[in-house]
Ligand binder design. Structure first.
Ligand code: GLV
Ligand code: MG
Length: 338
């Protein structure tokens, strides 16, 4: 049997040539829907026209007594919907749950040809990915599938973060990794009860200017997720797979959502989850490079000729390294426009 390695090379925009072999498919937002909710499932064809990725969620947020209905609902939606260029993903239940075996067997057997990526929650280390990889290979062979399903891990346990590098390289099926801030906060015993985003208590304060310790001091809220996102981005970039920010639970706070998504984008993430249609537009805006940044990148690339040496543009030094930075921005803009 052909191994997934025969047909899959991971994609990383801006990565060296050998990593660009599979066609680019945008994944700026992974839009979650609950397939056990008939009203939501009925909107899937509409959502497919708006989102880069639609994900039928079987795990957390689906009640225990609705797990079977969610699985059956996803099979129905997958069979009946023309997804066009939009990818269809699913988030299966965790590997220690009573539902995951049926999730994998049913989905791969019934609609394995419609699914692109299986998101695996609460991944602790490479052994979890090896298990899913082997089971998928068996199920794919039995179903006669010719296109391997890809695997996406959620980074949402302290062990997962400690093992993120081995997770990223655990299988040629690895497509990417998302931060799961809610479960991760619980696993680490952090004291935030939010789903992603900041916390007003996590701050730095400027020094006092005199004896009065309370007067005139400014506080700056810090990003609770900076360390984990940066670590995840490094692990993914080194492995040639894609990093994503996960969920932002305060749907009404579109400003903080955009800020959190932008921090992730600037650090190297290619997308985030969307839990509500209004977060689709936010992700599309944030994870597409701004026209002025693309124009600047193209100016630097043009001025740098063969990409070596140094030039000054508007008083700023450009060289071999800055032209590489600019290619990341310009390549992403080209890939999204194609
Ligand atoms: C997502 O699954 C999270 O736990 O944040
Ligand atoms: Mg979670």
């Amino acid at each position: 049997m052909r191994s997934p390695k025969d047909f899959f090379r991971p994609l990383a925009v801006g990565a060296p040539e050998p990593l660009r072999e599979i066609p680019f498919r945008p994944s700026r937002m992974i839009h979650f829907f609950d397939p056990s909710n008939e009203k939501m499932a009925a909107k899937v064809p509409d959502m497919a026209a708006q989102a880069d990725v639609l994900l039928g969620n079987l795990e957390d947020a689906v009640r225990a007594d609705r797990k079977e209905a969610a699985r059956a609902g996803l099979v129905k939606v997958a069979r009946e919907t023309d997804f066009g260029d939009t990818q269809l993903w699913t988030r299966i239940n965790s590997l220690d749950s009573p539902w995951v075996l049926d999730d994998l067997v049913t989905l791969v057997t019934e609609v394995g040809d419609k699914l692109d990526v299986i998101m695996v929650p609460k991944v602790e280390g490479a052994a979890d990915i090896h298990y899913v990889d082997r089971l998928l290979a068996q199920l794919e062979a039995r179903a006669g599938l010719t296109r391997p399903l890809l695997v996406h891990a959620i980074l949402e346990t302290a062990s997962g973060v400690a093992n993120v590098e081995e997770i990223a390289t655990a299988s040629p099926r690895m497509q990417g990794i998302s931060l799961g801030p809610a479960d991760l906060a619980a696993s680490r015993r952090m004291k935030t009860t939010r789903v992603g985003g900041g916390h007003p208590g996590y701050l730095v304060r400027t020094d006092p200017t005199g004896d009065d310790l309370t007067a005139g001091r400014t506080t700056y809220q810090q990003d609770l997720w900076h360390y984990t996102v940066a670590r995840m981005v490094d692990a993914c970039a080194a492995a040639g797979i894609l990093p994503y920010y996960g969920p932002f639970g305060d749907i009404a706070d579109v400003v903080a959502c955009e800020d959190q998504f932008r921090n992730a984008f600037l650090l190297g993430c290619v997308g985030a989850w969307s839990l509500h249609p209004k977060q689709i537009a936010i992700a599309k805006k944030v994870f597409s490079p701004a026209p002025e940044d693309v124009a600047w990148a193209r100016r630097v690339i043009a001025a740098m000729g063969d990409g070596t040496g140094a030039v000054m543009i508007d008083g700023k030094m450009q060289d071999d390294a800055t032209v590489k930075q600019c290619r990341v921005v310009a390549d992403l803009a080209d890939a999204l426009a194609a």
